[in-house]
Design a protein around this ligand. Sequence first.
Ligand code: RIB
Ligand code: CA
Length: 312
Amino acid sequence: MSIQSLIIDCDPGVDDAVALFLAFAAPELEVLAVTTVGGNVPAALTQRNARIVRQIAGREDVPVFGGAERPLKRPPAGAGEFHGAEGLGDLAPFEPTAGVGEGAAAEAIVDRVMSRPQGSVAVAVLGPMTNLALAMQREGRLAERLGPVVVMGGARSEGGNITASAEFNIWADPDAAAAVFASGCRVVAFGLDATHQVRATEDRIAAVEAIDSAAARATAAMLRFSQRVEREIVGWDSAPLHDPCPIAWLIRPDLFETRACRIAVETGSDLTRGHTAVEFRVEPETARHRWATAANAQGVFDLIVDKLKGAA
Ligand code: RIB
Ligand code: CA
């Protein structure tokens, strides 16, 4: 089994939490660090929530670093209605035992990527892309040194979820996203086109609930919370599971279909800010990124159940 070294940048957030539980339980991934950013809830809560998930998963060996409290240029965003005021749905928050790492997220990303072999460290960005953009500002050689950059963000055929034009992570910090996509790194982007196919149906949630472990119980609680909120706010019967998709791809890329593309981000217009212009019909040399067009939803949930059972 090959092991992928990985930094997870996130804004937990219930689906971020499920992504962390999956990554922490996957022997295929060496999680070097978790970095957090303000997004679904403010930065102080996303940092605490990452440490809560880490403790429940029994992975205090992984350092957590707090990051950007606000986007590069835009005011702080929020999505508390989909994640609960504290950010972890119904889960009662607590002050985790293990603390936060010294130094900012951007510094932690640069240190870990630049001190390891070329292309050996992947980064998963599951929230606004501010920390990675700041890391690239800090170290100009970072983009070329990075391994796969897997991103939950954007929308093409699906339209947006925060506005008609944009998905939340890209909308929250369009300037950071534009900088990362233009940086020269290679991104595999899991936008709403793919993540809306990965829905936490009743049978899939029940399969997680059948696992006897603290991580599985917390995962199931997050999925139940999302199911309730989705029904109340959106009117859909089952909630899309966004953030575990990039993590699942790192473990089982065969669960997704992707296409080579060019990705640019609207940053000037307030009307269409954060729109991801995903172009497939471009010259191969300009198609540096890949866009997920399809997902094997049952395969993703089977993977989550398999890894949580293995870690139980
Ligand atoms: O649009 C979905 C994304 O926004 C997910 O990352 C979710 O956690 C929120 O941050
Ligand atoms: Ca997120």
